[in-house]
Design a protein around this ligand. Sequence first.
Ligand SMILES: C[S@@+](CC[C@H](N)C(=O)[O-])C[C@H]1O[C@@H](n2cnc3c(N)ncnc32)[C@H](O)[C@@H]1O
Length: 951
Amino acid sequence: MTTPYTKKLIEVALPLSEINDASAYDKMPGIGPHPKGIHHWWARLPLPVARAVLFASVVDDPSSHPDRFPTEEAQAQERERLFGIIRKMMQKNLHKHPEVYAEARAEMLKHADGKLPPVLDPFAGGGSIPLEAARLGFEAYAGDINPVAVLLNKCNLEIAPRWANHPPVNPEDRDHHKIGGTGGWRGTAGLAADVRYYGRVILERARERIGHLYPPVKITPEMAAEHPHLNPYVGQELPVIAWIWARTVPSPNPAARGAHVPLMSTFWLSSKRGKEAWLEPVVDRAAGTWRFVVRTGSPEDRAAVKAGMKTGRATFRCLLTGDTIKDDYIKGQGKAGQMGVRLVAIVADTGRGRVYLPATEEHEAIAQRARPEWKPEGSVPERLTGGTCAPYGLAQWGDLFTPRQLTAMVTLSDLVREVRADLWRDALAAGFSDAEAEEYARAVTTFLALALDRCADFNNSLCRWSPSNQKVMNLFGRQAIPMVWDFAEANLLGESVGAWVTCSEYVAECIETMATLLQGRARPIDAARPWDGLKDVLVSTDPPYYDNIGYAALSDFFYVWLRRTIGDLYPDLFATILVPKEPELVAAPERFGGDKHAAKEHFEQGLRRAFAQLREKMDPRFPLTVYYAYKQEDEGSGEDEKELNGNDGNRVDRTTGWETMLQALIETGFQITATWPVRASQKWRMVSMGTNALASYIVLACRPRSEDAPQTDRRGFVAELKRELPGALRRLQQGNIAPVDFAQAAIGPGMAIFSRYGRVLEPDGRPMSVRTALGLINQMLTEVLSEQEDEFDNETRWAITWFEQLGFGEGEFGEAELLSKAKVTTVGSLVEAGIVDSKGGKVRLLPPDKLPKDWHPEREARPTVWGAVHHLIRIYYHEKAGEEATAKVVRALGARAELARDLAYRLYGICERRGWTQEAQAYNALVLGWPGIIHLAGTSFERPGTQGTMF
Ligand SMILES: C[S@@+](CC[C@H](N)C(=O)[O-])C[C@H]1O[C@@H](n2cnc3c(N)ncnc32)[C@H](O)[C@@H]1O
């Protein structure tokens, strides 16, 4: 069957391991300024994959042009050229390389009749896809139901590009003669400079208004007497980095007469080796009092320090009586308003590092004195995958902040509103018209409001102190709002993590990375309902996935502050008191009176309606690409977080979810033409099996199926799989897809066949389900891999069968001999080939790390593909000899090397089925290293046609 459309690169091959690596890097915390840093959004798509997918959706696969690329070889060569462009696009900090974007755009234009289609993402979220689209030179349209998401996309697509190449308006930069032409203020540098400047103006004003709430801490001789590590600082006033508080409840033991006791999840302040500091309780049981002293040095019992007063997930030991304080008791006390807080330590800045001090009454009293004038309304979600603090009595958004945090946040919010007047005045002075000055003042104020949201993330009572990093951690390291027992209150007017000036500086730095080529548009839409306008668009989108993330519920945390600060600037976005929940596509039973079925229906129907509309809107020249979030990695979720996390957040069976997505696409008239697993996690290289082997995303490329698509039966479907799958799989292998990803990627070409039919009928006349089709595709994959066996030598074919049964374990000589007859070899030949050990009636395959080191391909008595692959693994994986050394061997292996890679796929598949994790990792690693090794070997291999031509 010929395809009625021009196949795009994404429908045939992708340089996946480079895309994976770049995406994993993009997801890493601490990689410096990045467009995502302007505001938090949960589970953002990494920019590199968004970029690669857009590019590969526009450029044709060379097989679409047999006139220009008549042979497989010519096609592979052209593909390699296109991969080269993608590889360049995968480098770090691409915003600093406009030439790479320009090259990609020029290439795409060649494949799109000289005009790029507009790109639409109707589930834009934090905006990775539209941002990359705009950077690549597409007209980008972003839609989302969530006002916070729409605002972020406005910042990316409308506001930042609108003020590109404008000098700043602030008097300081103007006075320094930096102004004069736009030369020095390329891209978003001017806008960023103003965010920085007015951020500092706000800090000064905030210090005037509420500086008294953030005093330095004086080191007294009394303190030092009990804490010798403070001796060098006696008499000094040190600025505070953070105050560490513990929540308290009345002791459950009546003997304690209602005295409050601390719920401490750890006693560590700094767990860094050589710089340890921890809290030690000093208890007066008779008086029913307690306090903490700070200890430094090396604790006798690290485990006890780590445990604090915690005995289980949410259970503690009473410091006064030793009784267990149970979760239900804590919840009851929290709900009754009986939970308190006590200052337990202060972290101060010595100028050369951090120092930990005991709490002081004065500092506790100052914090308690704050009287906020406003607090956010609205309920914290009662249920959230991953946890919520609501059951502990922190039920309203305002409850998440201490009085001092609220006072400071409200003051800063007021000051952001007020600084608009300064901006307007300065913009006029810089020569802007009235209207421009007004618009520019809104732009800068908007980014300052985003910085305030960053402050909110770092300044609430659910922020932990990380003893390993010695800093305040933000709330949304995860997509949940879990309870935190001992929290860190950052000095908002200071200069460390979480301080206003740090947040606004950071947002400014991130603005500098945002520049796009074109202005786009962002607007609020419900993707599941008809919305006007766009036609002939290239659609690329990352829809919500089932119940994974309650975006509307979570984003209220930020919405309430944004609404207070800049709600008047965006009346259409901030009309409601909280984020509208009802139209959001998420399977949340609580929105349907606990009815799981109704929630599922709402989600699935909505998704189908959205896909059906996209089908009408898309330009048929390009495939629609959909990201299926297989597994949401928690960004920045370190060891400490995992302890709180407990579950991995995915309540839906992943296999069923995947099938549901495929089914929804097929039912709305799509044909699936490719499926690419993307691993946006650092772990993927190391752990190649088990649950961690799941891709973070699967990218699906889809085409509209024609209305009059034919139907076929099971037999016809299987026949077509047999005819088309081997070639498609071969192309995947040539694209060097990692063995761990092979099975998922193979679904693409298989589903392409299944979904090009209106229906595939089972013998009983019922339509075949997606699940059955997936099973058949998988079966065919195994068959194709076995067929590739024909290309191997006899000894290798013996070894594969033996390995399937015994791995590298021992078997009986008699059985080995019997098998060797079937494979036309002998045990003697296998020994001669150096791949088996035969002793005392037992035979076993030699594992790679037991192979002789003095081996060389040119000195082999009996060359085999099996020997080649395992020696390569010995050298590359076990001995870690590096790509250079491995490449030398590859060069000596000649044509046998390429077959070795095929064998690695085959053996990986066997290990995966048998659950042999360690062996599987070795095969996966060899294939992953392959492009680098081949590059160094400087060899392009002729594929040997048959076994006979080889040996
Ligand atoms: C997986 S997220 C997109 C993440 C995005 N790719 C990024 O990089 O941040 C899905 C988005 O769909 C949005 N959404 C949910 N229901 C919607 C609806 N009915 N219409 C439009 N957007 C919706 C959510 O608000 C969320 O931002």
